[in-house]
Write a protein that binds this ligand. Structure first.
Ligand code: FPP
Ligand code: MG
Length: 497
């Protein structure tokens, strides 16, 4: 069932002609799809780490509708070490509730106060400052560019990437350090002379920050030392900001590629500013993120995060080409079909999360095994995050998603729910191969997917990854941040937007 409603979340004033035209368009809203449940268990061999049993592993339950749902870890926050770093209670609770709302987790049956408020309070103050800090890194003397570059940064995103970096930073604080760790520098201080960086563009290169630093070279407040209240290094805070800048850049570009009209319930960047400006704004974000990355003065982190940018592009190209192989005899999906999809999923989504979690541990000077555990956590959680994204496309309405539901089939994309369904319904094969391009393909395929157990198998696969994410950090010292990281595996699985 579908109905046509006007897009009402944002007024049309103050936007370009292109934006106003799009703002007046109507958008399509579809009803939720049915989920069928089976006890399928899928292999995740290519992306799994070893998986020791864990006392805190969430248990599977069945809700009233019969869908399997993952319950929160049994260990309560209070039974662990308690709050390591305190944040003002009002700020903490506001930030935690905002995150719970942005993921829809409260409506998934996990109470915001129990599952989120306490653990997330350890980074609440940091998260409150995130958007403003990024804005300070993005200023441009060119007003159009300034507005477009900040557009996605200040919209109501989940901010899951910076949140994970901050939590991981705290979680590795008490973990063993590598022998060679000793660094003191200022992440706001330029490496090259400022007059070189600003030649012909005096307002550029994070001018406010750079000027402050260059005028007060003796300041010690911004040196690379752990903040007493939060346990976060300035470099880790900056890393969190960099991850969100790269993510925002990728979304600006992605929305051009997908010809998207909406993002987060408002006009997409391309709808608001046009394709050219959206692309350039994304490029500008990448440029400023690169400057900030250089100022971390850590070659290993620069290598990791630069690789992420290349990975994002590779993942997007794999998605465009969609050359997932199929069985030559039966014509249905094979393990190789899934491998292609999983590799694309890693490159497109999990790479940023895994390599930024790893970078947070590198910046902490953590021992190599801790650095690798941080990476494994991010890699597995990132895979789960995208799998859930792909199933929500079949199960959630546009008003919950803040962007059109059912978009993947329209874009010609066969994600996990369709690939699982393909095994049960070989007739999906030809439609997948022609990217659902013939009249009726999208509707027929959607029906076959929802009649199959593709959505539930996808959820089970996501749960497997979440289990492995949790196991990866099992040996970390107990802390509130560790509890929050464990809770994140539940939130990611149960989110409904
Ligand atoms: C959202 O995917 C998009 C991504 C996760 C990555 C997109 C990457 C590029 C466009 C490559 C360029 C990268 C940079 C850094 C400029 P989606 O379309 O599945 O999700 P959506 O429904 O939210 O749009
Ligand atoms: Mg998209």
């Amino acid at each position: 069932m579908s109905r046509w409603v006007p897009s009402t979340r944002m007024g049309c004033s103050g936007l370009s002609r292109h934006a106003v035209r799009n703002c007046r368009r109507t958008t399509r809203v579809r009803g939720p799809a049915t989920i069928s449940v089976t006890g399928y268990s899928s292999g995740v061999r290519n992306w799994s780490s070893s998986r020791p049993d864990s006392a805190t592993r969430p248990t599977k339950a069945t809700d009233e509708s019969g869908s399997s749902r993952i319950q929160e870890p049994s260990s309560s926050v209070a039974s662990l070490l308690g709050t390591v770093f305190s944040a003002p209670a009002r700020v903490a609770s506001a930030a935690s509730e905002a995150f719970a709302r942005s993921t829809g987790a409260e409506r998934s049956g996990i109470s915001g106060s129990k599952a989120f408020s306490d653990p997330l309070s350890c980074v609440a103050a940091e998260m409150t400052n995130l958007t403003n800090n990024i804005r300070n890194l993005l200023g441009s003397a060119h007003p159009n560019l300034d507005t477009a570059a900040k557009y996605y940064v200040q919209s109501q995103g989940k901010h899951i990437r910076p949140l994970l970096v901050l939590l991981m930073s705290q979680a590795v604080l008490g973990a063993p350090k590598s022998d060679s760790y000793e660094q003191k520098y200022n992440v706001d201080e330029s490496i090259s002379p400022l007059d070189i960086l600003r030649d012909f563009n005096p307002a550029n290169i994070m001018s406010t920050i750079a000027t402050t630093v260059s005028q007060s070279p003796t300041t010690t407040t911004k040196l690379q030392t752990v903040e007493e209240e939060t346990g976060i290094l300035p470099s880790q805070r900056r890393l969190a900001e960099i991850t969100e800048m790269i993510h925002a850049a990728s979304l600006l570009h992605d929305d051009v590629i997908d010809d998207a009209e909406l993002r987060r319930g408002s006009l997409s960047g391309n709808s608001a500013f046009g394709n050219k400006m959206a692309i350039l704004a994304g490029d500008f974000l990448l440029g400023r993120a690169s400057v900030a990355l250089a100022r971390l003065r850590n070659a290993e982190v620069t290598e990791l995060i630069s690789t992420v940018i290349a990975n994002l592009v590779e993942g997007e190209v794999m998605q465009l080409k969609n050359t997932a192989p199929e069985d030559a005899v039966t014509g249905v999906a094979t393990p190789a079909t899934f491998d292609y999809y999983l590799e694309k999923t890693y490159l497109k989504t999990a790479s940023l999360i895994s390599k930024s979690c790893r970078s947070a541990a590198v910046l902490a000077g953590a021992r190599e095994d801790i650095v690798d555990s941080a990476y494994q956590y991010g890699r597995n959680l990132g895979m789960a995050f995208q799998l859930v994204d792909d199933l929500l496309d079949y199960t959630v309405t546009e008003s919950d998603l803040g962007k059109p539901a059912g978009a993947d089939l329209q874009l010609g994309l066969a994600t996990a729910p369709a690939l699982f369904a393909w095994k049960q319904h070989p007739e999906l094969g030809p439609m997948i191969r022609r990217k659902f391009s013939q009249p009726g393909d999208v509707e027929k395929s959607r029906q076959l997917v929802t009649e199959s157990d593709g959505v539930e198998k996808t959820r089970q696969l996501a749960k497997d990854y979440c289990d492995q994410a949790r196991d990866a950090i099992a040996d970390f010292p107990d802390s509130t941040a560790k509890v929050a990281l464990i809770d994140m595996t539940v939130t990611v699985l149960n989110r409904n937007k």
